[in-house]
Design a protein around this ligand. Sequence first.
Ligand code: HEC
Length: 151
Amino acid sequence: MTGGRFSLALAVAAALAVPAAAQPAQPTAKALYLLKCSGCHRADGQGAVQAGVPPFPGFVGALASDPAGRTYMLHVPGVMGSGLGNPDLARVMNYLLDTWSAVPADRIPRFTSQEVERLRAVPVNDVVNYRRGVVARLRKSGAPVAEYPWP
Ligand code: HEC
């Protein structure tokens, strides 16, 4: 009995002794992406065009270079339903940009938690239609736009 309690105490002490570095306070942006987004968008961001999931590489930077495109990005169903708070959404969005933007980083501002909060408050009733407005502007400026199920 005493021995059992002693080994339990040892186990607890050992668990508490795990160095802080081994237990990050928050998941990395990549981990958030893998957990919340990659099920549909895939780990490599290529999505599945046949299934209606647009690819990110080469396209996501153009979306984020347009002010309404930034609002749009925060209103797609996968982001709305992610359950992530503003700081984590900013980190995931920046992960998309850091990983798959073809536009030079200095030309696309990264998201801040404050911007995410502001953009999420913008009313977007019909996200597909909202995308059309963004895409029309991007096409006019010659920016690349991903293949998408409802053009
Ligand atoms: C259940 C599947 C699913 C999940 C999970 C999901 N998405 Fe999506 N995502 C889609 C589909 C389908 C589209 C395209 C159609 C649409 O707008 O709904 C899309 C579109 C997008 C777009 C716009 C791309 C374009 O070219 O218009 C962005 C940005 C995006 N998702 C980001 C994310 C992020 C970030 C996450 C994780 C927090 C996420 N998505 C989770 C299915 C998903």
